[in-house]
Design a protein. Sequence first.
Length: 253
Amino acid sequence: MSVTRLPLDGPTQVPLLHRERVEWHDHASHQLIHPSAGVLQVSTPEGAWVVPPHRAVWIPAEVPHSHQAFGPTRMRTLVFAEPVNPLRLDRPTVLAVSPLLREVVIALTGDDTLTPAQRENLERVALDQLRRVEELPFVLPLPSDPRLRDINRILREDPADQRTLAQLGTAVGASERTLSRLFRSETSLTFPQWRAQLRLHHALTLLPTGTPVTTVAAACGYSSSSAFIEAFRHAFGSTPGSYRKGDGRGGPA
């Protein structure tokens, strides 16, 4: 993986097309990434996060990451010098975004008429809001073993793939027992738990783009819409419809 160091001089906003990618890079500063429209999938070597408009993700300084947009997306970022860490976090983390924080981020990244004093006041509000935000466990752990990486690639390309771990093992050249042990050691999840989380993770990228729930259920490998809705409710504490509207408050268990 090649990582490019990109400078960040201040707040930014970047429009992204559906499935457009920002390849692997890092920054010398901390970064808060918020999509005011669309959905972002943010990946690091350790895991991936789905970030809809009612969420943001904190990326600490020097952590390699990449982005992919789902639906037309507007990616907004705030920058914090490395000593400034209102969240006291040293790992990428998805956060709930309050209506006030959302409007502050939009103003700081999009209002060119702000005076230096107004910008400084809004930055203080953003810091205050970040000290209050709720951390959400939205991560999908990404394994490092090459065979597990191959399984990850296969199932990301088709989350509805119904092959068993033994059948996937035949495809990647490892026994079911070996792969099962590796999934537990590298992700702290069993393979069925990890695949269920991958499917729900994929659903999070589809729902805000307006894809019908029945289509999402089939694309994610569920036997019926009702089975998908029940799994989604159990994992996130809300229905797919509520999540689509930005009302969901939970994250993957």
